[in-house]
Design a protein around this ligand. Structure first.
Ligand code: PHE
Length: 357
């Protein structure tokens, strides 16, 4: 009889208790599963007489609700107790895991130090685009039309999608070339075009040259260039400024010497050496035994460059200089392989976090 079965199962359900997930699942399958007891009873119910249906229907629904409620209640308890055992396995007294603190890139540290030194002399900072036209990177800077630096060997030229641009006339488009800048002297041109002297600024930035990557050369590197234009600026100002810079950067007593050189945009031009920071002039691998290392190029801004930028070269004169940050960092930290700077190995980068604050 259905009524008897229900009474018996009700007792069973009321008595059932567990916090074990497997046992609870057995219970669910046995009573509430698709082939479970409740399904069977409902099937049997279809066959009973209409009078019985009236009374039994209610009993049956209550029975079903009882089974479902039991299952839900026990399921909650089981989940809770599972969480509790997991929590009890956590040792809240263990120290937490520390989080990694990053470090400033050695090139950023050196760039900042260079900028700080020149700040004291009143130099501000100017920036410009890395993708440049021929005018700003070459022509305005007095590079002869056939200068080898314009050659595909050294410069990364950029193809323009709109070829009508390449036939452009007038300054800057004389050759119609667009390239990745090969030096930040292009920013000097932009600065001089935009205003009138006095100018006293540094131009830090990334530059590109078409070189095979090795320990000693890379297809991109970083520069800080400097420009000082005013009335009556002389080579003595240039020497004194750079001498001060070197004393600040590498310490007092560091010697400097200037060797005549050539740059299209300066006249006269020089390269500046300092006494080797590693062996203090005694001779070592870094200075190849000479006691001197070259750190920058410099010179008096060529009057042609001033005129190209709309500045009266009879009234104004100026000096400029440019250095590679990698080279300066190399001498400061003895980093011999240029590739380390762009590999982003944190073990390398973290060594320098306290070198300069
Ligand atoms: N622009 C030169 C270079 O990239 C450096 C330089 C700047 C030299 C200013 C002289 C004056 O090599």
């Amino acid at each position: 009889m259905l009524q008897d079965q229900i009474t018996q199962y009700t007792a069973e359900i009321n008595a059932f208790d567990t916090k074990n997930a497997d046992e609870l699942e057995q219970f669910r399958i046995r009573f509430l599963g698709t082939k479970g007891i409740i399904k069977d009873i409902f099937d049997e119910f279809k066959a009973v007489s209409p009078e019985e249906k009236r009374t039994l229907g209610k009993v049956l629904n209550e029975f079903k609700q009882l089974a479902e409620a039991k299952y839900q209640a026990l399921n909650e308890l089981t989940e809770n107790s599972k969480l509790q055992t997991e929590n009890s396995q956590l040792d809240m007294t263990l120290p937490g895991e520390g989080f990694e603190v990053g470090a400033r890139h050695p090139l950023a540290l050196v760039r900042r130090e260079i900028i700080e030194i020149f700040n004291k002399l009143g130099f501000s900072v100017a920036e410009g685009p890395e993708i440049e036209d021929d005018w700003h990177n070459f022509s305005a800077l007095n590079f002869p039309e056939e200068h080898p630096a314009r050659d595909m060997q050294d410069t990364f030229f950029i193809k323009k999608a709109d070829s009508s641009l390449s036939t452009g006339e007038g300054r800057g488009e004389a050759k119609g070339d667009i390239a990745l800048r090969t030096h930040t002297s292009s920013v000097q041109v932009r600065m001089m075009e935009a205003g009138q002297p006095p100018f006293r600024a540094l131009m830090p930035g990334r530059v590109y040259r078409n070189e095979a990557i090795s320990a000693r050369a890379h297809c991109f590197f970083h520069q800080v260039e400097g420009l000082y234009v005013d009335e009556n600026v002389s080579f003595a100002d240039l020497k004194q400024t750079l001498f001060y810079f070197v004393q600040e950067l590498y310490g007092e007593g560091t010697k400097v010497r200037f060797r005549p050189s050539y740059f299209p945009f300066t006249e006269p031009s020089a390269e500046m050496d300092i006494s080797c920071t590693i062996c203090k002039g005694a001779g070592c691998q870094m200075c190849k035994g000479s006691g001197w290392v070259e750190i920058l190029g410099c010179g008096m801004v060529d009057p042609n460059v001033l005129e190209n930028c709309g500045i009266d070269s009879k009234k104004y004169s100026g000096f400029a200089f440019g250095m590679g940050i990698e080279r300066i960092a190399n001498l400061k930290f003895e980093i011999k392989d240029l590739r380390l700077f762009s590999e982003n190995d944190v073990r390398f980068l973290k060594q320098y976090k306290t070198a300069i604050i």
